[in-house]
Write a protein that binds this ligand. Structure first.
Ligand code: ADP
Ligand code: DP6
Ligand code: CO
Length: 319
């Protein structure tokens, strides 16, 4: 029977934004994320006469199919297995819009590959192979909070669970301002970012902020988590703005949303933002403030979709 694998999307609170080795997807920094309950990818693999990738019911040609099959070829070589494959995947997350679709996508694909060939791996081994498809995917093996330790080679670069069952009241409101596919993929953006004069200083900051974030998570300190996440995200986007050539994922609506978060905070509604490689903003808040924050965004933006997410589980078999 063909098995469907579900992996949930994760959002980094301390970002991965630069590679030491693009082939092996070894990062220049360690990162920390929360896996979400509301966003996920379901993927299944079966034997086929020709390689075929179907996403959300539509056969994909070009770059996205190529990315899937070059990843699967690497895994086939690594595990000594062969054959053409049909990959069928459904994203319950906007694709390539800065909502981390590649994290759930490649975690689910790595899991589906193992299910298809009956390969039994430990979570760390699965994390390592998911990383080869998309760096952020190595963190989606786990639920709750996870840390991707950058490591120094293929063996030592993987994610581990920091807390799979967090008790802290931490809500992530995903504010979907624009879910069109972005023009600059994460892979391309993080490569361009390395030309910023602030890139090296940011690497040092990232390491310190990661240590502080791990302490804040252990202390279940919402204020510290929020402050650090917002600082880290704005540093990442500052590096983009100061890259040569300069670029940004922000749109006018993103700036408006950033200002709204700081206004809400000034008015006593504690919330913070994080933003990934796209125009959409994620607001970190607590349950008691979700309604007020949602109302404010619904009033200020037309056609905005806000999804109230919290901690989701690690990778699983659906059947
Ligand atoms: P995001 O912010 O959504 O993670 P990325 O630029 O990192 O954006 O990755 C988006 C790319 O990931 C897509 O263009 C596609 O190549 C790939 N992708 C997204 N969803 C899937 C899926 N379900 N299966 C395989 N590949 C996927
Ligand atoms: C801003 O994992 O999508 O979301 O390894 O090239 O596929 P590739 O990049 P990807 O980058 C994620 C960037 C980020 C921050 C993060 O998730 O840590
Ligand atoms: Co991505």
């Amino acid at each position: 029977m063909v098995k469907t694998i579900r992996a949930h999307t994760n959002i980094a609170l301390i970002k991965y934004w630069g590679k030491a080795d693009s082939h092996l997807r070894l990062p220049l920094m360690s990162s920390l994320s929360m896996t979400l309950d509301q966003f996920y990818t379901d993927t299944q693999i079966s034997a086929s006469d020709e390689d075929c990738f179907v996403l959300n019911g539509i056969r994909q040609k070009g770059a996205s199919a190529q990315r899937v099959f070059s990843f699967l070829k690497v895994l086939q070589q690594r595990f000594g297995v062969t054959g053409h494959l049909l990959v069928e995947s459904t994203n319950n997350v906007p694709t390539a819009a800065g909502l981390a679709s590649s994290s759930s996508a490649f975690a689910a694909l790595a899991g589906a590959f193992c299910a298809h060939y009956n390969i039994q791996l430990t979570p760390i081994e699965l994390s390592r192979i998911a990383r080869l498809g998309s760096g952020s995917a190595c963190r989606s093996i786990y639920g709750g909070f996870s840390v991707w330790q950058k490591g120094t080679d293929d063996k030592s670069s993987y994610a581990y669970a920091l807390d799979e069952n967090p008790q802290i009241d931490l809500q992530l409101l995903a504010v979907e301002l624009n879910t069109k596919q972005k023009r600059i993929s994460s892979t391309a953006g993080m490569k361009m970012a390395q030309s910023s004069p602030f890139f090296q200083p940011w690497l040092l900051r990232n390491q310190q902020e990661l240590e502080q974030m791990i302490s804040a998570v252990k202390a279940q300190d919402f204020t510290a988590i929020g402050n650090l996440a917002e600082l880290n995200a704005t540093e990442m986007h500052a590096v983009n703005l100061t890259a040569r050539p300069s670029f940004t994922y922000f749109e006018p609506a993103t700036i408006k949303a950033i200002k709204m978060v700081s206004e809400l905070r000034q008015n006593g509604i504690e919330c913070y933002f994080t933003i990934d490689a796209g125009p959409n903003i994620k607001i970190l808040s607590q349950l008691k403030n979700v309604k007020d924050i949602t109302n404010k965004f619904v009033t200020e933006f037309e056609n905005v979709k806000i999804i109230n997410a919290s901690f989701g589980p690690g990778i699983s078999y659906l059947n």
